[in-house]
Design a protein. Structure first.
Length: 259
């Protein structure tokens, strides 16, 4: 997402590894035991991002100062940061090169880094200022590091729950498939998967409903937390400045599917 499907090539490497294996041994009691898929070690950048993502546990348990100290002084965390920063720098430079030639080429946007850089170059041209100054690059760099953190387990966990929900509802799976065949007849005839940008367009109501339902039933966070910066009102209630307001997104309704 942040750097496109080619970004870390994690899935691509695992897919080609699995494709190269002639067969996967199945357990004798397949109803009770799990199939073990032989996995290839993920790329170093993936491991680095994973280590940094899970390091948030240190902040939760011991506070931000200890977390910062660990990231700055413990060798494997320092190495992980260097690996991640080198990756972000490389991708940022590649996107800058791609869009300097023509910032209006929105069709070339394939991932978050492309979008941010394309918009920055287009805005700078419009405002008659120099694009991608060192300060701007450093700000974009930080945002991309946040994307790598915020987009990882959120997406993976939601997909995993989505697959589990789908596997439990074969009838709904069939319904989605049937609708997809109607929505993308050419792809179906040619035996191809519809590309992501086609799936994102309106015209796949069941697929859209599935995405909403998975996020409603399996929300990644129990709520949204905000602190009021001034005295205000919410749904007729007085909210004083500095009050923490929690918008709960999981509750009794989340245990009941509407599909
Ligand atoms: C199914 C996938 C995802 C789910 C369920 C999800 C969920 C969330 C939730 C619940 C929040 C907190 C919202 C709030 O309280 O304001 C959030 C924030 C955020 N997410 Fe995601 N997210 C997903 C994918 C991604 C991806 C792929 C990216 C980036 C590539 C991303 C980037 C962010 C960022 C940057 C924030 C912080 C926004 C801010 O407060 O400025 N997320 N996400």
């Amino acid at each position: 997402m942040t750097f496109g499907t080619e970004g870390l090539a994690t899935c691509k490497e695992q897919t080609s590894h699995l494709a190269s294996i002639p067969s996967i041994p199945l357990p004798s009691d397949i109803d009770k035991k799990l199939v073990v898929y032989p996995a290839k070690a993920p790329p170093a950048a993936f491991e680095a991002i994973k280590l940094l993502t899970y390091s948030s546990k240190i902040a939760i348990q011991f506070g931000y100062k200890i977390h910062a100290a660990v990231l700055n002084f413990v060798p494997r965390y320092r190495k992980a940061r260097a690996t991640r920063d080198a990756l972000v720098r490389d991708r940022l430079a590649a996107a800058e090169k791609k869009f300097t030639a023509g910032a209006s080429q929105e069709s070339k946007v394939t991932c978050a880094v492309d979008l941010v850089v394309q918009r920055e170059i287009a805005t700078a041209t419009k405002e008659d200022r120099k694009p991608m100054t060192p300060d701007m690059v450093s700000r974009i760099h930080n945002e991309l590091c946040l994307f790598l953190f915020a987009g990882a387990t959120t997406t993976a966990d939601t997909l995993a729950w989505g697959l589990k929900e789908l596997s439990l509802r074969q009838d709904f799976q069939k319904k989605i498939r049937d609708h997809m065949k109607v929505a993308h007849p050419k792809m179906f005839e040619e035996g191809r998967q519809p590309p992501a940008n086609a799936l994102g367009r309106p015209g796949n109501p069941y697929l859209e409903a599935l995405m909403y339902e998975v996020m409603r039933r399996r929300p990644i966070s129990c709520g949204h937390f905000r602190i009021a910066t001034e005295n205000t009102q919410l749904l007729g209630n007085d909210i004083l400045k500095d009050t923490e307001v929690i918008f709960a997104v999981s509750g009794p309704d989340c245990s009941v599917t509407r599909l």
